[in-house]
Ligand binder design. Structure first.
Ligand SMILES: [Zn+2]
Length: 89
């Protein structure tokens, strides 16, 4: 009977204990800090302005902001147990 080998080279996973529910483990997660719908509305509005030539400059700004809103992600700690989100500093 051979002894069950333990994997000593555990993967380096950053984790911290949750302070809110006492027992949960927080893991790194990427969340979207902005409302996706707002970004889409901005993109559509921006494209409309650009397409019609009316307020083209505003349209371009709205479009760029929309892209940013949709693509932006935030690196946070997320608790597996209670779902608490803590910003990473
Ligand atoms: Zn928690």
């Amino acid at each position: 009977m051979s002894e069950k080998e333990e994997t000593t080279a555990a993967p380096v996973v950053e984790s911290v204990h949750c302070r809110l529910c006492d027992g949960g483990t927080m893991r790194r997660a990427l969340i979207k800090p902005y409302n996706l719908n707002v970004g889409i509305v901005l993109i559509v509005a921006g494209l409309l302005c650009l397409a019609t030539g009316v307020l083209a400059f505003f349209g371009l700004l709205a479009f760029l902001f929309g892209i940013y809103f949709v693509w932006a992600k935030k690196d946070v700690w997320l608790c597996d147990k209670c779902g608490a989100i803590v910003e990473r500093i």
